[in-house]
Design a protein around this ligand. Structure first.
Ligand code: GLN
Length: 341
C-alpha cells in the first residue's frame, strides 16, 4: 500500500501569504495522525450494486487538504484514483446554474433536503420536481439541463471544466461507465418518471448518459481537494489562478451541499462537521471551508447511508482539529490558521 505522506509546498515554493512552514508542519501532523488513527478501521462494505465498484481495494485510505493559496497536504493513498460518483453532482448543478440561471434551473430541481437515500424515487408532490440536485433524481434532471448535442460534447465540456478545477486533465473510467449503464435500471426508472412529469425532455438516453459519464470520471483525493478549494476560493483555481466557476452562483451550490450533501446523514454532518460537503458511493467525500480550503478523502467501505466510514471519521476529526465548523466561534474568517498558532 502506498502510504507516503507529505506536504508539497510547506517548505518551498510557498506563496508570501501562505501558511508558515511551522503551521504547515502542524497541519501535516494532524493529517498524519488522522491517517494513523483510522487506517485500520474495518467497518462498512464496498458498494457492489455497480459491479465494477466492487473491485475497489477496501484497505485504501487517503486524505488531502488544499488551501486557497494552493498549498497541498496529503496522507496515505491520496493519489489512488476512483470514480467521482455522486461528488459530481454539486459541480453539475453549478454548471446548470451558469448555463440557465437559477430561475430556470429551479423549475427542474428543488433545493429542499429530502432526508431520503440517494437513490430514492420520491418527488415534490406539487411540482413533480426532484427534491434537490444531490439525490440521483435531481442530478439526472441537472444532467438533462447541461447535456449537449452530440451527447459526447456535453461529457467533454464537463470533463474539461472539472479538469480546470482539479488542475490536471481528467478522464472517464470506461469500465465503470459500462457497468453502471448496464445495471442502472433504477436510475432509468427515475429518468422515465421525470420525463412523465415533464421535468426532463424526451432525450432520456442522452440525459442518463451524461449523468452516468459524469459519475464515472476518475479523480484522486488531491483532485477533490483542489476542486473543493476552487469552490472555496470564489471559483478561482488556487494553483493556476484560472477563473473556473461563476462566483456569484457558488453560494447556491454550497447551500445545497450543506443541507443535502450527505443524503439522510446531512443533518448529522451539518451538526458535527459543519461545512458544505458531498459524498459518493465510490467512498470519496469532499468538503469546502469557505475562503479557506478544500478537503478530499477516500476510503471505499461505506456505512448504511452510503457514505465512507473512514472518510466521515477523518472529516469529523479534521473539522475539530482545524475548527472548520462554519458556526464554530474559533472559525472567524480565515482564522483556522491563527487558531493553530
Ligand atoms: N452513480 C451512482 C448512482 O447513480 C452515484 C450514487 C452515489 O454516489 N451516491 O447510483
Amino acid at each position: 500500500m502506498q502510504s507516503t505522506a507529505g506536504s508539497e509546498s510547506a517548505n518551498n515554493g510557498m506563496p508570501e501569504n501562505g501558511v508558515t512552514p511551522w503551521l504547515g508542519s502542524q497541519i501535516q501532523k494532524v493529517l498524519d495522525s488522522i491517517y494513523a488513527k483510522y487506517k485500520d478501521v474495518d467497518d462498512g462494505v464496498v458498494a457492489t450494486y455497480i459491479p465494477e465498484l466492487g473491485k475497489a481495494d477496501p484497505k485504501k485510505f487517503g486524505i488531502c487538504l488544499a488551501t486557497v493559496e494552493g498549498e497541498v497536504f496529503t496522507a496515505g493513498d491520496w493519489d489512488t484514483e476512483f470514480t467521482i460518483q455522486s461528488m459530481c453532482k454539486p459541480f453539475a448543478f453549478q454548471l446548470a446554474l451558469e448555463r440557465h440561471g437559477s430561475e430556470k434551473t429551479l423549475k427542474h430541481v428543488g433545493v429542499e433536503p429530502s432526508g431520503e437515500a440517494f437513490n430514492s424515487i420520491e418527488f415534490d408532490q406539487k411540482t413533480g420536481r426532484p427534491f434537490n440536485p444531490m439525490v440521483n433524481a435531481g442530478a439526472i434532471a441537472v444532467s438533462s439541463l447541461i447535456k449537449q448535442k452530440p451527447v459526447e460534447a456535453g461529457v467533454d465540456a464537463f470533463l474539461e471544466t472539472m479538469g480546470k478545477a482539479a488542475g490536471r486533465k481528467l478522464r472517464i473510467d470506461e469500465s465503470v461507465l459500462a457497468s453502471e449503464t448496464l445495471t442502472g435500471n433504477r436510475n432509468r426508472a427515475i429518468a422515465y418518471m421525470l420525463l412523465n412529469s415533464g421535468i426532463i425532455d424526451e432525450e432520456v438516453h442522452e440525459s442518463l448518459h451524461q449523468y452516468f459519464a459524469q459519475c464515472s470520471m476518475l479523480v484522486n483525493c488531491r483532485d477533490l481537494a483542489m476542486m473543493a478549494a476552487t469552490m472555496a476560493n470564489i471559483g478561482n483555481q488556487p494553483e493556476t489562478g484560472e477563473r473556473v466557476f461563476d462566483f456569484q452562483l457558488i453560494k447556491y451550490v454550497m447551500a445545497v451541499m450543506f443541507s443535502c450533501g450527505l443524503y439522510d446523514y446531512a443533518g448529522n454532518w451539518a451538526f458535527e462537521v459543519g461545512v458544505p460537503a458531498k459524498s459518493g458511493v465510490s467512498g470519496g467525500i469532499f468538503a469546502c471551508v469557505n475562503r479557506q480550503l478544500g478537503v478530499g478523502v477516500y476510503s471505499p467501505k461505506l456505512d448504511a447511508q452510503g457514505n465512507s466510514v473512514r472518510g466521515i471519521l477523518a472529516c469529523k476529526e479534521l473539522a475539530s482539529h482545524l475548527g472548520m465548523h462554519a458556526f464554530d466561534f474559533s472559525n472567524v474568517g480565515s482564522s483556522f490558521m491563527q487558531w493553530l498558532l
